[in-house]
Design a binder for this molecule. Structure first.
Ligand code: SAM
Length: 293
């Protein structure tokens, strides 16, 4: 791990460091990372929902003095354990994201890949821009992450998927570890040989994966936290052990956490001090580098 002394803005020399956790606006920091140096970039920017993303965790304890009635007529006292938030409203979304996508292209090594995680609100606008930046011929996939949780609209089809756009810097020269991809069960195992059924199949571009469970082990309390299983699939397929993985909208640090478990090195950037604190605990990291904050 880099010590804060050895970490020398504005000259980040990756060969001197292992992992980096940086509290900064992405805009202020990406220019100081070396060109052609990153193997994999995964980003999960704010989706432009038009409101603040907020998540409060509450603990309920049985308490005879409370008037709040619960299961079996017992009364409970609730305490706020944590509350985290970040802004998710942009008047010029492309103006915010585009310079960072352009910079991402330059940061990627020639075998590198970019994954951009969005939802229906902005994905089509961003795809048009990414086609320009990377070239349409380097478009790899539009991955649909499908889940089934939360409120359901009665006026339209309930929106229960996110879209992850994947671009190679140079398709054909990119890393794609097909054999390392964890196989999943066939939907209709009776239609394939027993041997194939027991081996399972490589997932398609539609990924069914439940969201991070409210009481699950992964849960950090940070809003819009993504499941480790999604990142595991991406990192295993699109990078080799020892690779540099960058996430400059790090949030609760899912990318950093999975990269660490898989023996990759990471650079995690977020401008929200609450996110940095959560990441620091999640991955047990001693030093945080602050930049421009
Ligand atoms: C959708 S969340 C990321 C969630 C993350 N993938 C996870 O699994 O927890 C987006 C994050 O981007 C951060 N963010 C927004 N604008 C930023 C900027 N300009 N620079 C750095 N971080 C930013 C927010 O603070 C928020 O934590």
């Amino acid at each position: 791990m880099c010590s804060s002394q050895a970490f020398d803005f504005p000259d980040i020399t990756l060969s001197n460091c292992s992992d980096l956790l940086i509290e900064a606006d992405a805009e202020d920091v990406l220019d100081f990372l070396p060109d052609n140096s990153i193997d994999l970039i995964y980003i999960d920017p704010p989706f432009n929902t038009g409101s603040t993303q907020r998540l409060a965790s509450i603990k309920a304890e049985q308490d005879t003095t409370s008037v709040r009635a619960g299961f079996g007529g017992r009364t409970y006292k609730t305490t706020l354990v944590s509350s985290h938030s970040y802004e998710d409203s942009f008047s010029d979304y492309l103006g915010f994201l585009l310079p960072l996508l352009e910079r991402s292209y330059k940061l990627l090594a020639s075998h590198g890949t970019l994954y951009v995680h969005l939802d229906y609100r902005e994905v089509h606008y961003v795809k048009v821009e990414l086609d320009q930046i990377f070239g349409r011929s380097n478009f790899m996939n539009e991955i649909i992450w499908a889940y089934d949780f939360g409120g359901r609209s009665k006026q339209k089809w309930p929106a229960k998927h996110d879209t992850i756009l994947a671009y190679a810097k140079d398709l054909g020269n990119h890393i794609f570890n097909y054999e390392a991809i964890e196989r999943i069960p066939y939907m209709a195992p009776g239609l394939v040989t027993k041997e194939k059924a027991s081996k399972g199949k490589v997932p398609t571009d539609v990924w069914w994966q439940t969201i991070v469970h409210t009481t699950g082990k992964e849960r950090t309390g940070y809003p819009t936290q993504k499941p480790e299983a999604i990142l595991r699939r991406i990192i295993e397929a699109s990078s080799n052990p020892g690779a540099w993985v960058l996430d400059f909208f790090a949030g609760s640090g899912t990318t950093a956490c999975v990269a660490q478990k898989l023996g990759r090195r990471f650079i995690a950037v977020d401008r929200n001090p609450e996110a940095i604190k959560i990441i620091k605990n999640r991955i047990n990291m001693a030093n945080v580098h602050k930049f421009g904050c």
